[in-house]
Design a protein around this ligand. Sequence first.
Ligand code: GDP
Ligand code: IMO
Ligand code: MG
Length: 433
Amino acid sequence: MKTDVLLGLQWGDEGKGKIVDVLTPKYDIVARFQGGPNAGHTIEFMDKRFVLHTLPSGIFNSGTDNIIGNGVIIDPFILSQELAEIRQSGLTITKNLFISKKSHLILPSHRLLDAVYEHNKGELKIGSTLKGIGPCYTDKVSRRGIRVGDLENKNFNLLYKEAKKRHFNLAKLYLPKFTTIKIEGVSFEEYEKQWMLALEELKKLKLVDSEYVLNSALSNNKKVLAEGAQGTMLDIDFGSYPYVTSSNTTIAGVCNGLGVAPSKIGNVYGIFKAYCTRVGSGPFPTELFDDTGKNLQKKGHEFGATTGRARRCGWLDLPALKYSIMLNGVTELMMMKADVLSGFEEIQVATHYLINNTKTEHLPFNFEDENITPVYKTFPGWEMPLDSIKSFEDLPENLKQYILFIEKEVGVPITIISVGPDRTQTIIRNKIS
Ligand code: GDP
Ligand code: IMO
Ligand code: MG
């Protein structure tokens, strides 16, 4: 068996949580492979709404095992909150949750450093989610990180103290008054206490060598779905650097983040919104600053699932979408939030960029808004609301034309069209492989 993969093709928030949840009954295992609680994956069913940050989105199907892979970084406090919220809703899930001992811990002082670095960058700040992502991955790569497996190490407290001291020294260099920074609305000391309590809870979960769990599952013909976080345009190597996250959100992240060999990758499901959004700073060539942009934001409820920040909105960017499809070897596409486009008189799609008066589809090294003028193709809109449509045939003709155009341009079939946030508002057009 091979691992299928679902990952985002834009700047995150494409609707990964919803679709992983929809596909989960077909899989024995769902595994997150990178990122941390910067992710916010929303799942809606039976009038319930959950936003998952660390937990894989297969968690609501009792027949599916869920793995947090070695490529993920974990904040025990946030994980504990997620588990508590699900428990309060009457569901129990921890029995099918496994956590890689090789995943790294986000310490309270990583979150402090994230805030200090952003403060220091001023106007040039990344717009980080302030979850400690950059500092934690920095420690991982500089071989100073603390891993979940270290919880069993009798020197854990020493490791923790040393890391905290190092982080405080760094913070002081950038911002002498760093001790005034609050985390989750409380002082560092208060947050640290809560974090330590959550650590005890984490110790009681199933901590495993997940690379063995996954590979033996594949050998035993189990079906595995790898769930990405963020999106391709936020990838540390291929995204709009430096306005990116600190992990490989693209297909290679699956191999690194789960210990699955490239030859074991199966279908690659690429997910994109029918338009574009971005939260945080950084280039966004098709961003709209007018009423149309505001309308997209309002109709799409485009506010960050993790930070509550307003998402910037714009038209679909085909050069960027083609780039993402190329990098990930996408085999099937899922188009989300088609319903949000109902009621717009016209819909535009950027088919090319104009760079130095030359028309191109190539994303330049200097991927900056000032250098790029999008070239648009205009489509007529439609009025009909889509939220209760169940089949492709019943979609408005103008939307069908829009979908067929995208498919022809990118050369990959769009097999799912999502017309609302609920599980049931999902049109499966062709049989998913
Ligand atoms: P993720 O990070 O990729 O999982 O996406 P988010 O959960 O951050 O953001 C997607 C948002 O769109 C969530 O609020 C979803 O409930 C919502 N959503 C997902 N699919 C659809 C859809 O087809 N139509 C509408 N209107 N909302 C959707
Ligand atoms: P999901 O999985 C959208 C953005 C942040 C910021 C940049 C770096 O829900 O799609 P970080 O905290 O990672 O250092 O922030 O990346 N960002 C996301 N944007 N969706 C996400 O995750 C994101 N995770 C990080 O806004 O611009
Ligand atoms: Mg999200």
